[in-house]
Design a binder for this molecule. Structure first.
Ligand code: ASP
Length: 343
């Protein structure tokens, strides 16, 4: 049977055009994208397209957008074999992480892609990204199962697990990296799937949506010289329910008494604090240095090798579903869909 793919256009540079009045890039309509990629007619699969309204620069992504997108996929899940989401690059890693947590039991491929140059431009990276994303979303094995039943990002010849990515370059075509997990596929003359790295779901599982998100999460990146007033203004935010602490190296922080006291007060009052590294790659290990052990003593939770984007969005989902800090702490350390390496 012919494979069916749903293409969802949400905005982003791929479909932007220069506004003649201001000279600024603004989202443009979907038909323009399609007319720039006549190759779409050559695909051996059935393609349907849907354009979100309004189209957004992904800097405007908010939890409501994720809920809308996840519902949209859920409502059409049985009608398609795979999904391609055209999305701005700025927050693509957040959206891919979030969707991976919201769409539990996924057995189909959901690929997010976009571009650094609008698709109407001569040297655009959008055309190749778009075409390869469709090819990957529609790829299946001999039994008809998706080759990549995951939420992923395809960009500049690499398919990456969505919740392992980060946008690391503002203007290079290779805008995303997955520093702590190998690519799921590499695209050259052939598409080489890295099968051992790809999740194998229970094919009989049904999609279960997690759509209760709570964004009362703080993100505190520590730096030498940070003031007590600054740290406390974050930790004392009204309604705060969890904190992602971006620490130095393998999860280290200054052993300043006021700082540790503030973190300890947070965890003692039922606000989980999770520790992720502000390094570009690698993992937190609070047992390496005395300056990491002090955080451990404050009951800070290790985020292991999770990316900040994944840690934040995972907390949105966990906080939306539980008010018990112990449950949140326990679940945070589990791997839901390959976002963290477990020892
Ligand atoms: N500002 C754009 C966006 O994220 C950038 C891009 O798509 O590359 O929507």
């Amino acid at each position: 049977m012919q494979t069916s793919i749903l293409i969802i256009y949400t905005g982003g540079t791929i479909g932007m055009k220069q506004d003649p009045a201001s000279g600024l890039l603004k989202p443009f309509d979907f038909n323009q994208i399609l007319s720039e990629v006549p190759e779409l007619a050559k695909f051996g699969c059935h393609l349907d397209t849907y354009s979100f309204q309004p189209l957004i620069d992904s800097s405007d992504v908010r939890p409501e957008f994720w809920i809308h997108l996840a519902h949209f996929i859920r409502d059409r899940y049985d009608d398609y074999d795979g999904f391609v989401i055209l999305h701005g690059t700025d927050t693509m890693a957040y959206s891919a992480s979030m969707l991976s947590f919201m769409l539990e039991g996924l057995t189909k491929c959901v690929v997010l892609t976009g571009s650094q140059l609008p698709i109407g431009m001569l040297r655009t990276d959008g055309r190749e990204n778009f075409i390869s994303a469709i090819e990957i979303a529609s790829a299946r094995d001999a039994e008809g199962h998706s080759l990549v039943p995951e939420v992923c990002i395809y960009f500049e010849n690499k398919l990456m697990r969505g919740n392992r990515t980060t946008k690391f370059h503002a203007d290079n075509f290779a805008a995303f990296s997955s520093p702590n997990y190998p690519p799921l596929a590499e695209v050259g003359i052939h598409i080489r799937y890295n099968e051992p790295a790809i999740l194998r779901p229970d094919w009989s599982s049904r999609l279960r949506l997690h759509d209760r998100l709570d964004a009362n999460v703080g993100l505190l990146k520590i730096f030498p010289g940070m003031t007590e007033q600054y740290v406390k203004s974050v930790l004392h935010t009204e309604g705060l329910r969890a904190v992602v602490l971006e620490t130095f190296g393998a999860g280290n922080a200054p052993a300043l008494p006021w700082f540790l006291e503030a973190i300890g007060e947070c965890t003692a009052s039922g606000i989980p604090v999770v520790n992720v590294t502000q390094c570009r790659a690698g993992s937190v290990n609070m047992g390496t240095y005395a300056n990491g052990a002090v955080l451990d003593a404050c009951h800070v939770i290790s985020g292991g090798d999770m990316m900040t984007e994944a840690a934040l969005t995972k907390l949105f989902v966990l906080l939306g579903e539980s008010s018990d800090p112990e449950v949140i702490a326990e679940k945070f350390g589990e791997s839901f869909c390959g976002e963290i390496s477990l020892k």
